[in-house]
Design a protein around this ligand. Structure first.
Ligand code: GLY
Length: 358
């Protein structure tokens, strides 16, 4: 059975179309507007969506190295093989890596074809599949080639979460926590802190996913191309991306790559530490998130000896406006994010020391 968030919240006219509905009928309806439809899907996902039966499908193996130009090329080749035109539609089914790759291929194939995202992980539902960021990793840097190219719709259905591995679930929950920290209403933060991930039924999560999507939609609508305010969504990501990259590319000390959400939790702890020391944020959110990290996520695998490499990665983050600057979003308190905080390497190092001391 499909577990629906709610019915027919109709899409807006730009990038931020989020539709929570019966995805089969929503898809059927949307597909009528196109001459041809093709599907790009994670090979690990069960594609039991009746509307997609009989459509050409490219199944992709999504692993730690898949977010590459090579995979984008496979998608382009598939689109050419099926003679897709700008009158046709691509449907991307999978997690954030797949929808980012498919979105980039859609953005660039024949100068852009329409696509729909059907996110199948919690992370992609609450973050990656909306807002229009697409791209792939290049030269060891996460998402360093990409485009803002929103899907015409994102269809969210919580049925996919029933089979999601617990670590993937936690990874998505981290982005929900991030959203709750930057949201001007602090209720979401307090609700998520109470949420017992071991016992809470999935149905209880549906309205919280919906709220996270609504918060993101509001932020992206006000700044679709991240010229300013959208950077609040990067809270936890300056340190988080560096931790992810070091685990993925450099493999200096981590036995395996960090899942994105785990890196974001560690990044949020470092950035909450800086929020306390630089902006006078109360310590409670830092303490609460630290407890949650220790309970569910465990400690980061990095060592103090990774400090210099991490700082160098942060100085080369694509989000920086100037080279060799560490630019973070911090908070004054829950619901009060402050963008473009320039952090000295010494302060960044102190925040990492705090994180590694936990
Ligand atoms: N994932 C952050 C954003 O979409 O801006």
């Amino acid at each position: 059975m499909w577990n629906l968030l709610h019915n027919s919240k109709k899409s807006s006219n730009f990038a931020l179309e989020m539709v929570y509905t019966d995805i089969h009928s929503a898809l059927e309806e949307r597909m009528k507007r196109y001459e041809q439809v093709c599907v790009i899907a994670d090979e690990a996902v069960s594609l039991d969506i009746p509307a997609l039966e009989g459509m050409p499908v490219l199944r992709l193996k999504i692993n730690e190295t898949a977010k590459s130009l090579n995979t984008v090329t496979q998608i382009w080749d598939f689109l050419f093989a099926h003679e897709m035109t700008r009158k046709d539609l691509m449907v991307a089914v999978g997690g954030g890596v797949l929808t980012d790759l498919a979105g980039f291929a859609a953005a660039t194939y024949k100068r852009g074809i329409d696509y729909i995202n059907i996110p199948t992980t919690l992370l992609s539902m609450v973050d990656a599949s909306s807002g229009g960021k697409t791209g792939f990793n290049y030269q060891g840097l996460k998402n360093s080639i990409g485009a803002f190219y929103p899907p015409v719709e994102t269809l969210i259905c919580t049925k996919w979460l029933k089979t999601l591995p617990p670590q993937e679930f936690l990874s998505g929950f981290a982005e929900m926590l991030k959203t709750s920290i930057i949201d001007r209403d602090s209720w979401l933060w307090h609700v998520l802190l109470q949420y017992d991930l071991d016992t809470m039924p999935l149905d209880a999560l549906a309205p919280l996913i919906e709220e996270c999507v609504a918060v993101k939609e509001r932020i992206v609508k006000s700044d679709p191309r991240e010229t300013g305010f959208r950077k609040v969504l990067n809270f936890g990501h300056t340190f988080g991306h560096a931790l992810e990259e070091i685990s993925f590319v450099h493999r200096t000390s981590s036995p395996r790559p960090l899942l994105h959400g785990y890196a974001v939790v560690y990044g949020m702890i470092a950035e909450l530490y800086l929020s306390v020391t630089q902006l006078g944020c109360p310590r409670e959110p830092l303490q609460a998130l630290t407890q949650l990290m220790l309970h569910y996520y465990g400690r980061p695998q990095c060592k103090c000896s990774d400090r210099e490499a991490l700082i160098s990665l942060m100085q080369h983050d694509k989000k920086n406006e100037r080279a060799a600057e560490i630019n973070c979003t911090l908070i004054r308190s829950i619901g009060q994010p402050v963008i473009n905080q320039i952090i000295s390497p010494e302060d960044a190092s102190e925040a990492l020391d705090y994180l590694f001391s936990l």
